[in-house]
Ligand binder design. Sequence first.
Ligand code: ADP
Ligand code: ZN
Length: 597
Amino acid sequence: MNSAQNILQTVFGYPSFRSPQDEIIQTVVEGGDALVLMPTGGGKSLCYQIPALLRSGCAIVVSPLIALMKDQVDALRELGVKASYLNSSLDVSTTNQVEQALVAGELDLLYIAPERLNQERTMSLLQHSPIALFAIDEAHCVSQWGHDFRADYLQLSILHEYFPDVPRIALTATADERTRAEIIHRLDLGEASQFIAGFDRPNIRYRIALKHNARQQLLRFLKDEHPEDAGIIYCLSRKKTEETAHWLQQQGFKALPYHAGLNSETRADNQSRFLREEGVIVVATIAFGMGIDKPDVRFVAHLDLPKTVESYYQETGRGGRDGEPTDAWMIYGLQDVIKLRQMMEGSEGSEEHKRAEQHRLNAMLGLCEITSCRRQVLLNYFGDDLPEPCGNCDNCLEPVDTWDGTEAAQMALSAVYRTGQRFGVKHVVDVLLGAETDKITQYGHDQLPTYGIGKSLDNNQWSSVFRQLVARGYLCVDMERFGAMRLEEKCRPLLRGEEPIELRRDIKKKEAKRLTKNYLPEDMDVALWEVLRECRRELADEQGIPPYIIFHDRTLQEMCVTVPQTMEQFGQLGGVGERKLDKYGPAFLQVINEYLA
Ligand code: ADP
Ligand code: ZN
């Protein structure tokens, strides 16, 4: 593996492999097939890029993400690698040039869209060219069971027939066992070595808080923790994304909306600003994300609850691809629970389908209400086991208080029952608190035995009790009857006093502490950081590429800590290979030395 190590250092500028990159690379270099399952940001690209440089001929990378090809190729060229791409965005003459370079053996890596690969013409071209390997990226697209199925991927099995001696490496971040089996079957990878690296994204800090004033909470989160960072904010409705983006602009943020209802020009524009400018926030519906490969998304915020844990994990997973600390921040409240439960009720489909949806929603609500480590619950949901609490989620960092809510839950449930299961939360809480409202007089609810028995808790505490009872499925909410709550079968033992219930003690607004942030290294010179970012921005603008293609934040941070003053010292930085040392070292060193002077 000496030469792989050498390439890692001289071309990519990294000192060591992350396990199991070295084993994967060795397998492919020696001509073996591999199936690689690694979380986003785990470092899949090197697993085929380094073999591409070590084996003779050109590596063909099949990827469905056409929008990303240019950036990927730009990034490789920056490192001095001979890379190109073929997809529908190229004109005829450029296509011809690329094809000639391929046949002439002048390329190390060629990215190709799957539909292009399936053309007769391309296949014959490949047969007349020296091929080092095939890398099939986003390999889960071959699975009809998965969520990103692409019919063109099915044809990829012919690669093995046409090129029996060329190694193939299939890579994905999202594959449960069923999808994995389908990948192996459809791509004929039965003989491939499998490298399954688990799902954990340790650099993402999961935080789920109670919604009280969504905008103010969001604003404080952004101002305190991410004043200049790029991030994604997810909302459920198109209207809300536009309103939120507009409002954030007024607060001085570079915020842009993104949803399927915007015209394609605006969408492309906003996406490109997100990729190319620094510190842009996209406020989006779930339409945004597939194929976003920006490494330095520092936060993903949810203003509405996703419907499933899968969506939550996928959406939060778009943050922190570069491995740096990243926040997955969400706020939710009783209204979210009610809204989602209602959407499920009203959805089309069989009873079985609805039950499955209910089940998934319950898992999502369970994640919100859980008082122990969130990462353990998340990973467990995907069949991964994390033996110890993670230490990097809100529940680990600030343990949640619980209280014995048995008696309160009984009062709440019996108040729902006594008022005829016809009223919403507000009225039932009024009854419990013994309020004197017209509605109470009108219905004679001041005569009920439950009237005024709940005075030991206040309004907020009661709404917390009801939220948790709805979230955990003791109560359901009937939207066709104006949000009336009804008892579920499940609450019988609780009502009879046969079962206790522990409830979360919600942190009240004033008490809610800010989690300490630890993004930038303690001993980092922040003023230097700013001038370095400015230098990076100028260099990026000159060449029309995103700043992170020049250097990742991590490399800039290292500069601030180690303050290199010579080319030799600069070459020691992570992410600085020989080519980038030559090309950018002098400019950054000048900035550093001027700053020191
Ligand atoms: P994936 O495709 O698995 O999402 P990437 O291949 O884009 O991940 O890698 C994620 C980040 O990790 C990139 O910034 C990459 O440069 C960096 N990286 C990969 N391998 C290493 C390594 N051995 N040492 C340091 N950084 C690495
Ligand atoms: Zn945790």
